[in-house]
Design a protein around this ligand. Structure first.
Ligand SMILES: C[S@@+](CC[C@H](N)C(=O)[O-])C[C@H]1O[C@@H](n2cnc3c(N)ncnc32)[C@H](O)[C@@H]1O
Length: 183
């Protein structure tokens, strides 16, 4: 099982099964998001989170390295407070420019998570947050193989190594975890 999501299967990201397993409202209720927040959704895919985030946040910056995803997202967006970019977030986001750096089912695809997280940290304002959502590290019929999964404890250690505070962890439907930490 590859750990890189096949972009041609983008419709799986908005399937009814996924909506049941990963309810956006449950994720939103854990996020430090308000009407004044600028949130970056890195690895946004087709906007499963970016689009609903735009109903709460002041601005959503949706970034993906895959063109198919960004093109699909453009077809789905109808509000003005979502800006969409194809590319590497570290080339696109200014230092200390965002309130929340969010990724969903992306970190298991990242080659060097430590370096990725340090760069993410730099983009966040002081008192801003990094939030990582990913698959729980256990064997299951969906998602990446066990060896590619990142344990939530590893994310917590990474956040602690950056001296982040207010670290909190939650799980969603026994399949996903979310870790958030404050800069
Ligand atoms: C499984 S999809 C998840 C999409 C979306 N976050 C969601 O939950 O519906 C993973 C996405 O992350 C993107 N991705 C992987 N590594 C990335 C990186 N370093 N920067 C930006 N996007 C990345 C992939 O192109 C893909 O669209």
């Amino acid at each position: 099982m590859s750990h890189i999501f096949d972009p041609k299967k983008f419709r799986k990201l908005e399937s009814p099964e996924r909506k049941k397993m990963l309810p956006v409202q449950e994720v939103l209720s854990f996020l430090p998001l308000s009407s004044s927040s600028v949130i970056a959704d890195v690895g946004c895919g087709i906007g499963y989170f970016s689009i609903p985030f735009a109903e709460t946040a002041k601005e959503v910056i949706a970034i993906d390295i895959n063109e198919i995803m960004i093109d699909e997202l453009k077809n789905r967006v109808s509000t003005k407070n979502i800006r969409m970019f194809l590319g590497d977030f570290s080339d696109l986001l200014e230092e200390e420019s965002i309130d929340v750096f969010f990724t969903a089912t992306v970190i298991h695809e990242v080659d060097n998570l430590e370096s990725f997280t340090k760069k993410a940290y730099d983009t966040v304002k002081s008192d801003g947050y990094i939030v990582y959502l990913d698959f729980i590290k256990k064997e299951m019929p969906i998602g990446p193989s066990y060896d590619k999964r990142i344990a939530k404890e590893s994310v917590v250690s990474l956040f602690k190594s950056l001296e982040m505070s207010d670290i909190e962890v939650t799980t969603i439907s026994d399949t996903f975890y979310i870790v958030k930490g404050k800069k």
